[in-house]
Design a protein around this ligand. Structure first.
Ligand code: KG4
Ligand code: ZN
Length: 348
C-alpha cells in the first residue's frame, strides 16, 4: 500500500443514509450517498427495519457507483473503513458485514471506526489537517456534544453533551409541531429565513446553578415544550400561527446556546479552532452566528460544506485514511456493530 497516499473506501450505514466515500490520503475522490429518507417521511421518523432493508438494497449499487465515479477498481484499494457505531443496530450490521466481506476478499486491512469521530475527521478532506487540539461541536439527529480533540485517531475527550434531546431531534420535533415535513431541520432553516425573531424562547442550561452544574451540556426538551405550548395557546385563541416567526425564534434559541457554549469551551480550553459537524451544522443561521462569534473571539471556524455535514461515506473514509497514516492497528475481522459505542472510543 502507498503509506503516504492510502486509497481508502469508507462505508456509512448508521442511520438512513447508505454512504460510500473514497479518499486518497487527505484528498476526497468521491462521496456517493443513497438515502432512504423519503421512505421514512410518512412515519415522521426513521423506521429501523425500513432503513436496514434499504441499506441491503443500496449497498452494492452505491459501492459500484463510487468506484465508477472515482475511476477506481476495488483491487486498487489499500484499506476499508466502516462505521462500527453508534447508530441503529440493524443498519450498522449491513455496513459492517459488507465491509468485512470486502476487506476479506481483497486482503486489505479493515478499520471499524466511530461515526462521531468521522463527523470530525471529514473536515480534513475539506480544509486540511486538524489543528491540535481542535474543539469540535457535534450536532446531529442523535447527538449534541462538545469535544476536545487532541488527536482524531486516538484521543477524543467529551466536555459535555445533551442531557435530553439532541439538537437535530429538537429541530425535527418542532417541525412536526409546525406541520413541516420530516426531517424538519432543513424546513425550519428555510422557513426561518422568511420570519423574524419575535419570541424569546428559553435557553436551557445557560444561567445560574444549571450553568454551574452543566457548563458544557445542552438541553433542548424544555425549549421544544415551550414552542409547543406557545403554538397551542395561539391555536386555542383562534389566531393564526406565525410559522416563519416561530421557526426563526426557535432556531435562534438553539443556535445561540450552541455557539455560546462552544466559544466559551474554546476560550477555557485554549483551543484556537472550532470545528462544527453533524447534520445540524448544515444550518445557515448556525453557520452565520458561529462565524461572527468566532471572529469576535479570534477563533478560527471550520465547517465542512453542508453535504459533508450530514451522514456520508466520505467522512468514514477520511477517518480510515487517518488511521492508516498514523499507523494505527487495523480492527479484527470479528469487530462488532456497536450501537452504543461511546464518543470517546475512536475504533473497535
Ligand atoms: O448527522 P445527520 O445527517 O444524522 C445523524 O447522525 O443524526 O443529522 C440529521 C439531523 C436531522 O435531525 C436533521 O433535521 C438535521 O440534522 N438537519 C438540520 C439541517 N439539515 C439537517 N437541522 C437544522 N438545519 C439544517 N439545515
Ligand atoms: Zn451523523
Amino acid at each position: 500500500m502507498s503509506v503516504e497516499q492510502p486509497l481508502v473506501l469508507g462505508i456509512e450505514t448508521s442511520c438512513d443514509e447508505t454512504g460510500v466515500g473514497i479518499v486518497r490520503g487527505e484528498a476526497l475522490l468521491v462521496d456517493a450517498v443513497a438515502s432512504s429518507v423519503d421512505d421514512h417521511a410518512r412515519f415522521g421518523g426513521v423506521v429501523p427495519e425500513v432503513a436496514s432493508r434499504a441499506h441491503l438494497e443500496e449497498m452494492v449499487p452505491t459501492i459500484e457507483r463510487a468506484c465508477r465515479e472515482a475511476g477506481v477498481q476495488l483491487r486498487d484499494l489499500d484499506a476499508i473503513s466502516v462505521t462500527s457505531g453508534p447508530g441503529l443496530a440493524g443498519s450498522l450490521m449491513v455496513g459492517v458485514a459488507s465491509a468485512k466481506a470486502l476487506a476479506l476478499s481483497l486482503g486489505v486491512p479493515l478499520y471499524g471506526v466511530n461515526h462521531l469521530a468521522s463527523h470530525v475527521a471529514v473536515d480534513i478532506v475539506e480544509h486540511g489537517p486538524l489543528p491540535q487540539p481542535t474543539m469540535a461541536l457535534l450536532v446531529s439527529g442523535g447527538h449534541s456534544s462538545l469535544l476536545l480533540v487532541p488527536d482524531v485517531t486516538s484521543d477524543i475527550r467529551s466536555l459535555g453533551s445533551t442531557i435530553d434531546d439532541a439538537a437535530g431531534e429538537a429541530f425535527d420535533k418542532v417541525a412536526r409541531v409546525l406541520g413541516l415535513p420530516f426531517p424538519g431541520g432543513p424546513h425550519i432553516d428555510r422557513m426561518a429565513r422568511e420570519g423574524q425573531v419575535t419570541i424569546d424562547f428559553p435557553r436551557g442550561l445557560t444561567a445560574g446553578r444549571d450553568m454551574e452544574r452543566h457548563r458544557f451540556d445542552f438541553s433542548f426538551s424544555g425549549l421544544k415544550t415551550a414552542v409547543s405550548r406557545w403554538v397551542q395557546a395561539k391555536e386555542a385563541a383562534g389566531e393564526p400561527v406565525p410559522v416563519a416567526d416561530v421557526a426563526a425564534s426557535f432556531q435562534e434559541a438553539v443556535v445561540d446556546v450552541l455557539t455560546r457554549k462552544a466559544v466559551l469551551a474554546c476560550r477555557e480550553q485554549g483551543a484556537e479552532n472550532l470545528q462544527i459537524g453533524g447534520g445540524v451544522a448544515a444550518n445557515s443561521r448556525l453557520r452565520a452566528m458561529a462565524q461572527s462569534r468566532c471572529d469576535a473571539a479570534g477563533i478560527e471556524l471550520r465547517v465542512p460544506r453542508p453535504g459533508l455535514c450530514t451522514d456520508n461515506g466520505a467522512m468514514v473514509a477520511a477517518l480510515g485514511a487517518q488511521m492508516v497514516l498514523k499507523g494505527r492497528d487495523a480492527s479484527r475481522l470479528d469487530l462488532p456493530a456497536d450501537s452504543s459505542m461511546p464518543v470517546t472510543q475512536v475504533q473497535n
